[in-house]
Structures are given as C-alpha cells and as structure tokens.
Design a protein around this ligand. Sequence first.
Ligand SMILES: [Zn+2]
Length: 79
Amino acid sequence: MELTLADFVLFVLFGSCAMAGFFAVVSRALHARSESRALAHRVICRLCLHAFEDHKQVKTVNCPHCGAANEKGRGRRLG
Ligand SMILES: [Zn+2]
C-alpha cells in the first residue's frame, strides 16, 4: 500500500481526533466515577447541614461540627 501525503495527513487528522475523543470519554468516565465515589462518603448533617466526608464502614457517624449522629448510606436516588 502506497501512502501519499494526503493519505498521511488524513490519517493523522483522523487519528488525533479519535484519540482526543477517546481520552475525553475516558477522563469523563474516570471523573464521574471518582465523583460518585466521593459522594458516597459524603455526609450532610441533618442538624446543622455541615457537609463532611466519612470513610469508615459504619452506619452512623457523628457530625464533627455539632456532634449529632447522622445515618449514612441513605441514597436519594430511590426517592
Ligand atoms: Zn452537625
């Protein structure tokens, strides 16, 4: 197969576009995943609305701001 300059330019253009699209999708997917993971650890105090993160595997966490017990893992997606 003989590769002409036009073919080469077209190939590079198409390749870079495909790469850019691929990386955009990958980075977006990674970002969404890390965001949802961070959201799973996020607790918003029901008393003072102080938002904090908790990585412990417990059902209730105490708010570092006011000390109120907050239930964790209650997804709002079902509602
Ligand atoms: Zn609180």
